[in-house]
Design a protein around this ligand. Structure first.
Ligand code: NAP
Length: 248
């Protein structure tokens, strides 16, 4: 298996894209730490990994990436147990959509704190151990909206655009230590996050997708596993768009 003997961490692995990433990394042989903000939040993910019958260990940890004490506890939980981290996937993310003139400071801050500051905190918590090991893969889940912008998502687009700058900076700063850092930018993926979008709007959006379907969490998991594996070893500082051609 491509990722045998690797230790991976996926934030926000209770459902949706994060859950699919955790399962795919485990399927490829990695030992995976999964996080949720809720105790028991990753039970279904762990059950899905167990059902693979791959003889790989999987663990659940509680973490709110927006709180530095919680991220410190996450770092301790992984590094005290394994002593290293090979693959870090920052997937945890939220939306608080609203038209710009009515967007509250609270909604702006909440999205930036989780999506951007949270990714900063988790990267900082594990970069030292990766640098010491002189190897590591950091994969941050962005969004095509971070490249294109989107009406009603100024906070979310800003957070995801910021993620690209953060990731490229890490790519520069840690290349000499054998660490790569990349963004996977999904388009429209069918998860809880997009479930509330009205059907008529969804139908309009689908018309903009050349591959004529919405993405699945597994589509994103495949791209993440590619960057995490041997095939991704010479790729750093990139944003890999996985959107069925929607933004090309
Ligand atoms: P989702 O179904 O809403 O799942 C979000 C995940 O993030 C959950 O596991 C949730 O954990 C976790 N999370 C939320 N706030 C957190 C916090 N403060 N600390 C730690 N974990 C937190 O979302 P999704 O659609 O799978 O999206 C996953 C990622 O892909 C996000 O970064 C999102 O921006 C990005 N993305 C999604 C789409 C799409 O179309 N769905 C498109 C582009 C990008 P708990 O609720 O269990 O605590």
């Amino acid at each position: 298996m491509n990722l045998s003997d690797k230790v991976a961490l996926v934030t926000g692995a209770s459902r949706g894209i994060g859950r699919a990433i955790a399962v795919e990394l485990a399927r490829q042989g990695a030992e995976v730490f999964c996080t949720s903000t809720r105790a028991g939040g990753c039970d279904a993910t762990l059950a899905e990994i167990a059902a693979l019958e791959r003889d790989v260990a999987a663990h659940a940890l509680v973490c709110n990436v927006a709180e530095s004490e919680s991220v410190d506890a996450l770092q301790k939980g992984v590094l005290d147990d394994k002593g290293r981290l090979d693959i870090l996937v920052n997937n945890a993310g939220i939306t608080r959509d609203g038209v710009f003139l009515r967007m509250s400071e609270e909604d702006f801050d909440a999205v930036v704190e989780t999506n951007l500051r949270g990714t900063f905190l988790v990267c900082r918590a594990f970069a030292r151990a990766m640098a010491k090991a002189r190897s590591g893969r950091i994969i941050n889940v962005g969004s095509v909206v971070g490249l294109t912008g989107n009406a009603g998502q100024a906070n979310y687009a800003a957070s995801k655009a910021g993620l690209i700058g953060l990731t490229r900076s890490l790519a520069h700063e840690f290349a000499g230590r054998g660490i790569t850092a990349n963004v996977v930018a999904p388009g429209f993926i069918e998860t809880d996050m997009t479930a509330a979008i009205p059907e008529d709007l969804k139908a309009e959006m689908k018309k903009q997708i050349p591959l004529a379907r919405f993405g699945s969490p597994a589509d994103i998991a495949g791209a993440v596993a590619f960057l995490a594996g041997d095939a991704g070893s010479y790729i750093t500082g990139q944003t890999l768009v996985v959107d069925g051609g929607m933004t090309m």
